[in-house]
Design a protein. Structure first.
Length: 232
């Protein structure tokens, strides 16, 4: 059971405890069973979301570190008009910015316009790599609450069926059915909220990386324009 699911069940346990008598405190396993079969797809969403979040944290941290190191060196080389050395440094690096700058520097002899087109094409590819996995987080943050609502609807149907079979409406029977039905909704929301927060955090990190690469690329294009200018 993933940490996101455990967190959701802990929240449910805290909210359910006051309404129970002595010796009736629900445990995590009880909440899981009370939620019914819909807890399994919710648990799957939590596990997949946790795996993607951990992977993306490591992935973006490594790429951001490599990019900062590369841009600092390449910007200095470009400022000194040492384009061949800047190209060599990019070829040695695995940073996303290296692929973009390398595409432009390889065509610096063909003019700034050709270099700009090469940079734009490489930028689209690298941006797709930086955003890899984010669509899954966005999907999970949308699907988890819907699964929770579906579980609630199923639980309410079962509760009304129990009332129909009993032939009378008892407050304890209705309250118990509604409580169990709402477990999946609370679980779905508890899973979706942290996933959505991390998705927005990753989007912000990617945007910052893109801005840094665009600034460095613009410096390279400016250097190529100055080099191509008459009398340069």
């Amino acid at each position: 059971m993933s940490s996101l699911t455990v967190t959701a069940l802990l929240l449910l346990q805290q909210t359910a405890t006051p309404s129970l008598g002595a010796g009736q405190k629900l445990q995590l396993g009880d909440l899981w069973q009370a939620g019914g079969f819909m807890m399994w797809p919710l648990g799957f969403c939590a596990v997949v979301g946790l795996i993607i979040i951990v992977w993306k944290l490591i992935d973006l941290w490594v790429k951001a570190s490599r990019t900062r190191s590369l841009l600092g060196e390449v910007d200095e080389l470009i400022a000194q008009r040492r384009l061949d050395q800047a190209l060599q440094r990019c070829e040695e690096s695995k940073a996303p910015a290296a692929q973009i700058l390398k595409a432009g520097l390889r065509r610096h002899e063909e003019g700034a316009e050709r270099a700009m087109r090469a940079v734009e094409n490489a930028g689209v590819i690298e941006l797709a790599g930086l955003e890899r996995g984010l669509v899954w987080l966005a999907t999970l943050s949308n699907v988890a609450p819907l699964l929770g609502f579906l579980g609630t609807v199923v639980g309410m149907i079962q509760a009304f069926q129990a009332i129909e079979i009993a032939g009378e409406v008892e407050a304890t029977l209705v309250a118990g059915g509604i409580k169990v039905a709402l477990i999946t909704t609370a679980t779905g929301l508890a899973i979706a909220i942290p996933i959505n927060i991390m998705h927005n955090y990753f989007v912000t990190r990617v945007d910052r990386l893109v801005i840094s690469m665009e600034e460095s690329t613009q410096k390279m294009i400016d250097a190529l324009h100055e080099r191509a200018a008459p009398g340069a």
